[in-house]
Design a protein around this ligand. Sequence first.
Ligand code: AMP
Length: 503
Amino acid sequence: MSHHIADPVVHREHWREPDDDQLRLECGVCGVWGAPENEASSIVALGLHALQHRGQEACGIASVHNSESFFTERHMGLVGEAFGNADLTNRLPGCAAVGHTRYSTAGGSFLRNVQPMFADLDQGGIAIAHNGNLTNFKHIHAQLVSEGAIFQSTSDSEAILHLIARSRKAKIVERFIDALGRIEGGFALVAQTRFKMIGARDPLGIRPLVLGKLGEAWVLASETCALDTMGATFIRDVEHGEVVVIDEEGLTSIKPFAAQAARPCLFEYVYFARPDSIVNGRSVYEVRKEMGRRLAQEFQIEADIVVPVPDSGVPAALGYAQAAGIPFEMGIIRSHYLGRTFIQPSQASRQKGVRMKHSPNKAVLEGKRVVLIDDSIVRGTTSLKLVRAVRAAGATEVHLRSASPQILYPDFYGIDMPERSQLMAATHSMEEMRAILEVDSLGFLSIDGLYEATGAGPRDNTAPQFTDHYFTGEYPTRLLDREAEEGGREMRGKKVSILTVNA
Ligand code: AMP
């Protein structure tokens, strides 16, 4: 086989000082194949804009021109700043493109970790965008380095590129699949080669990926809200463990893994997905409203108003208010000129962010008994600040409700969930939390209430319908890297205490 030397490969990188906290990856990915001449990157930019809530730290687009040349641009910051108001036809030309929007990082927030990642293989280039977190990254990394691989970044996505590059299979799709066979954890991948777009979801479908059409073009994206913004029509979810290959021949579906039942991530419904997305066939907005309704049924309380923590608690608070017959009021106003609090990765900036982000609406709160609703309580930082603000604005009682169960365990599949020592519910009793958060009462939706809200029925404890370890401690895969750190203790499917927590 002759070695292919790629024609112009243009990479532009735009650096700014990152926050240095180390958190896990949360991301949005999208790609388009077969777009009108030089329009693919603009379409992907629209898709990334709709996926901005999945990560605000950095973003990038790689395009393929004439099935020959690759162009990439990677920026720190927001999609609009990087790709808005710009003519991308010259910067990122071609009929195919892949994009990525990134939350903080496995491996630090350095630009060299920003995606899409690109590699020149002997058959030509490949650009890859990855949402998720590999649970055997350290294992693979050590092995590759011992074999002579040189890593440019500390991101697990680069390990996937190395595995593809080193596969002994002949064809690019076979090499891609070969690489998938080596990785473990949660992943949704979109890759562009010179002739093909490839999409893939992990065997349990932990991370989401949907397929759409835009005229003749095929589109892949983390969420359906991106399809809507791109003007594409939703075709179907990429299935768990499915690889889709899109090229001149159309779409080919490959199922390379042993069949397993799907276990998508429950937290997409709780917090992560945008409310106008359809996840696993269910409207995220409707599921969140139903979470609120069930919350009202599980705890009956006398109050004057139901107030959401905007925006994450709004659908649940609406459902709560309707079910309880208590008026819904915007007792907290959110500034829209800041990103999501959590998405500023250090605790110091996170706390500052909370103060800047929400303001109590005194006219609504004064003299009222308030049910305050958020989608989840993680560290408790957001809740305590808001409870104090609501009381300072004159509320006479504050009853805090979380539309999801207590978060007790960290995540390793691509949702930022801190170690147990930082998870409020993992380190405190209910009464301790109530006292710390300075509320009159505190309640969390039950795990069955949450499952029922998704329409999946109660949790099937022998074969859970979702990935839900943050609530239950039952990890759906082995966690090779973490288990190695823990002296080889098997964690899959067990309720285990990963850290010794000083309660
Ligand atoms: P905390 O202040 O740590 O209790 O965080 C709770 C807030 O963060 C809630 O308002 C949630 O909407 C939001 N949140 C929950 N989980 C996540 C996550 N994995 N990534 C970013 N934000 C989150």
